[in-house]
Design a protein around this ligand. Structure first.
Ligand code: NAD
Ligand code: 0WE
Length: 265
């Protein structure tokens, strides 16, 4: 049937039908995976259950990465349900508003920096501490979502860029550490997509317009495209790939802005 037949995968980060995680879950389901979707809190629970039902998923667990006890409990439940785990998708990010707008130093304080790094970066190795024991001896794979702001200074992305840099380094250290257990660890770096996390970000529409002008494919990417690449990276088709950051961004990252006129930027 599909290239993820009989794979058991936990997908975090679904909040709406625009969520990148929803694109990933849809692609994975289409390719034959069995999924558990996690939801951040009780407010999101009914929404995530409804979205799951749309794509034929009926298993859900609570997961707030700020609550380490809950993380432990949730992976206990995964173990009870499946006995093991073939895949984990991390599609979680949060920084206080002040940390992702305006001048970098104005929004970068100990609290905002700590929160951004805790929720958006530390949470990946945290989840892997509980997931890895369930992934032993079964060609498992983990995947995180990142953004260009990790490696280039993108206006306004600010402290989130620092967090994504830590997340990308975590991908490499996890890959180095877990390779001996047959566990692969990768990330997808997506181009800008209008999701809940992007809504309300100042000048996001302008950014999308500029992106469409510059990207080799002259358009934005979709959650379906990100989903297909994520599904591939978690499948045995990608058995030789680990520690890698794969760009799904219509080629945007290959360009430098040197020579771009001020009013075209
Ligand atoms: P989204 O708002 O749909 O998803 C963000 C998710 O993070 C939500 O489901 C939310 O519940 C979850 N989350 C936040 N804090 C959490 C916590 N404490 N515990 C558990 N879950 C928590 O937005 P999205 O754009 O789909 O974001 C998913 C991932 O993709 C993020 O890592 C984001 O940085 C990344 N990304 C987004 C874009 C973009 O332009 N939208 C581009 C590249 C990468
Ligand atoms: O990773 C992200 C955004 C993640 C995010 C979004 C929010 C909005 C609501 C993290 N924290 C919060 N906190 C909130 O209070 N992206 C890759 C999307 C994004 O965000 C930007 C971008 C892009 C692209 C912010 C500034 C500039 C570009």
């Amino acid at each position: 049937m599909g290239f993820l037949d009989s794979k058991k995968i936990v997908v975090t980060g679904v909040a709406s039908d625009l969520s990148i995680a929803f694109g990933i879950a849809s692609a994975m389901k289409r390719e034959g995976a069995e999924l558990i979707l996690t939801y951040q809190n009780d407010k999101l629970k009914p929404r995530v259950e409804k979205l799951g039902a749309k794509i034929g998923v009926s298993e859900f667990l609570p997961l707030d990465v700020a609550n380490e006890e809950e993380v432990a409990k949730t992976f206990e439940e995964v173990k009870k349900t499946w006995g093991g785990l073939d895949g984990l998708v991390h599609a979680i990010a949060f920084a206080p508003r002040e940390a992702i707008e305006g001048r970098f130093l104005d929004g970068c304080n100990k609290d905002s920096f700590t929160t951004a790094l805790q929720i958006s970066a530390y949470s990946f190795p945290l989840l892997m501490r509980y997931a890895a024991p369930l992934m032993q001896g079964r060609k498992a794979a983990a995947l995180a979502m990142t953004y260009l702001g990790a490696v280039q200074a993108v206006p306004n992305y600010n402290t989130m860029g620092v967090a994504k840099a830590a997340l990308e380094a975590s991908v490499r250290y996890l890959a180095a550490d877990l390779g001996q257990d047959g566990i692969r660890v990768n990330a997808v770096s997506a181009g800008p997509i209008r999701t809940l996390a992007a809504s309300g970000i100042k000048d996001f529409r302008k950014m999308l317009k500029g992106f469409e002008k510059t990207a080799p494919l002259r358009r934005c990417v979709t959650i379906e495209e990100v989903g297909n690449t994520a599904a591939f990276l978690c499948s045995d088709l990608a058995s030789g790939i680990t520690g890698e950051i794969t760009y799904v961004d219509a080629g945007f990252n290959i360009f430098s802005s040197v020579g771009v006129e001020e009013d075209e930027k």
